[in-house]
Structure formats: C-alpha cells, structure tokens
Design a protein around this ligand. Structure first.
Ligand code: AVJ
Length: 320
C-alpha cells in the first residue's frame, strides 16, 4: 500500500476557558445588562451573519473583499516570502483564498478558530485545494494564550480580517494587539481589516437593514439562550435597536424589553422593566490615524494601509 502524506495537521491551541451559562448570567445580573457578541454565532446565527454580509446596506464584507482583491499583490509583497500565514478566527477560510492567489510560494497556513468541527472541515477542504501548502489547523480562542506548532518558515504574519477588532473594548483591543505583537516577535507583520468612521446615515443603515436580517440576527441570541440554557425569553417581547454613538465612535446593538417581565434562565430569574435593554454588541469604528496610534502604542509600526475609493474600510499592514 502506498502511504499518502496528508498536508493538513490538527492541533489543540488551548481549551475554552469560560462556561456560557455563568458568563451570560453574570452579564444579566449587572446594572446595565449585557451579553458578549461572541454568543451570536451558533449555527443559525452564523447563517444569519452570512446573509448580513450580502445585504446592500452592509458594506464592510463586500468592501474588504474588494480591497483584498485589488491590492493582494502589494499585500503579498509586504508579507514577504518565507512567512507562515496565521489567521485568527478563520471560519470557512473564505477571505484568505484571495490572498493565497497572490502567494503561490506560501508554505504554511495556520487557521485558528474556536469552533473545532467547522475549523477542521474547512482546513481539510483548503488543504485539498492547495496540495503544496501545509495547513496547521489550531483549535483555540485566539484572544487567550494559545500554542501553535513549530513552523518551518522564517517569520509569521497574522491575517485578521473582518473588522472583528471593532467588537473589542478599547482596552481589550490594546491587550489583543500587544499579545499579537508578542506572538509575532522577533519579526513579523499583521494584516488587519478595520472599519472606518463615516457618514452616520451609512453606519446606521448597515445595522438597520430593510429586510430586518440584522434584527433577526440580534433576536436569535435569545432563541439560542432558550435552547441551550433552558431560558424562556418570549422573542416577541424584545426588539432590535441599533444606533451609532458618535462620542464613543461605535455602533451599539441592544435588545429592548417591550414590557415589564421576568424571565427564567436555568434555575435563575431575571427581571426586565419596560424599555430596559440587553446590550449585545459594540462595533467600534476608527479613523486611520486612531487605529495606527493605538497600534503604535502596542509595539507595531504601521507600514501600509489600503482603502476603497470611498474610504469606508481599511486594511493595515503593521510590523513588529
Ligand atoms: C463581525 C463584528 C465585524 O460589527 O459589523 C454585523 C458583526 N453585527 N451586523 C460588525 C455584525 C451586526 C460585525 N463584525
């Protein structure tokens, strides 16, 4: 029998730290109730997000792909050869394919994601399309400490598209950037997608689409809690609310309770007054200067930034 050497390898980067029930209950016990946006992405939530990316009003995904496509050769050149490409939150590894087209000599790709099954399936598919690429799939929460396997390439570049950094609080962004700089040292770069400040009407429309998909995406979170944590939210009694908060430079998403109500979650009760909200997401927007200044404070040197013609979205290449 002939032995076939597979070019996909699986690694455990770290173990999930938090327990969903206690984390969510903790948020709902606060004066201002909140739930982390990471909980949006169950199967249905991931599908709804996919639909959001195709909406006319939701410009970020489409614009980022446009920038990637237009400047992929310059990006590949900035990253350089003999560099391993490490993607944080790789999901289906769809966006990286554009970059891979411009990097035919790339030897190693390291997708990191928290949803293990989906990661392994996507990594295997990709490894079959790129037989000369070593794919090291690492299941980990990349916002925590994690291990990656020993790599052959001289340096690493982290690919972090999607403006996911917008979901982090300013201090979390700083911590994340510092951790990433440490991960890349002694030498390496970060290619990151960052959504930009712009006309408030454009921002507001992107999170209040006509078809109500973003509303469904927000409300699906309650559906998930009902199913996975044995809660009894009445989905009709909460309403999607999203707006741009100019002073804070962020889109806020909330679920507004339409009446006074008590909900049960596991064995616990949570009371809502009419009009009270669960804050479910912040999506920070930056100017190019703001983002570069923050990155500098965390040990990066901005090397290059690419934008679309309207300056709605940016992709930065920063080095350590
Ligand atoms: C995936 C965090 C980039 O903030 O635009 C889309 C999530 N929320 N519509 C964003 C989201 C509502 C999205 N990110």
């Amino acid at each position: 029998m002939k032995t076939i050497r597979s070019n996909v390898h699986y690694h455990n980067g770290n173990e999930p730290e938090t327990d969903m029930y206690s984390e969510i209950l903790h948020g709902l016990r606060q004066e201002k109730k909140f739930i982390s946006p990471k909980y949006f992405y169950d199967k249905k939530g991931s599908e709804l997000f996919e639909s959001i990316t195709m909406l006319t009003e939701y410009y970020p995904t489409r614009t980022e792909l446009l920038i990637l496509n237009k400047f992929k050769d310059e990006m590949a050149h900035a990253i350089g050869s003999d560099t391993a490409l490490v993607e944080f939150g790789s999901g289906s590894s769809e966006k990286v394919r554009t970059l891979l087209e411009a990097m035919p000599e790339l030897k190693e790709y390291v997708p990191i994601d928290i949803s293990k099954d989906f990661l392994y399936q996507s990594a295997r598919a990709l490894s079959m399309e790129y037989p000369h690429l070593d794919v090291h799939a690492v299941s980990a929460d990349y916002t925590d400490k994690f291990e990656v396997p020993e790599l052959k390439s001289k340096r690493k570049a982290v690919f972090f598209p999607g403006s996911t950094i917008g979901n982090f609080e300013p201090e979390e962004s700083m911590k994340f950037l510092k951790m990433t700089a440490n991960f890349l040292r002694p030498k390496g770069g970060l290619l990151i997608g960052v959504d930009l400040k712009k006309d408030h009407a454009v921002l507001n429309a992107a999170y209040n689409d006509n078809k109500g998909i973003t509303s469904q995406f927000n409300i699906n979170l309650l559906n998930r809690l009902n199913r996975e944590l044995l809660a009894n939210f009445d989905l009709e009694k909460f309403q999607h609310h999203a707006f741009y908060h100019a002073e804070k430079g962020r889109i806020e998403m909330h679920l507004v309770s339409l009446i006074n109500q008590t909900i049960t979650i596991g064995n616990e009760k949570v009371f809502f007054t009419e009009g009270e909200t669960i804050h479910t997401e912040n999506s920070y927007k930056f100017t190019i200067q703001e983002f570069q200044n923050m990155a500098r404070q965390c040990g990066f040197t901005p090397e290059k930034v690419w934008c679309d013609d309207k300056n709605w979205f940016s992709m930065h290449y920063l080095v350590v």
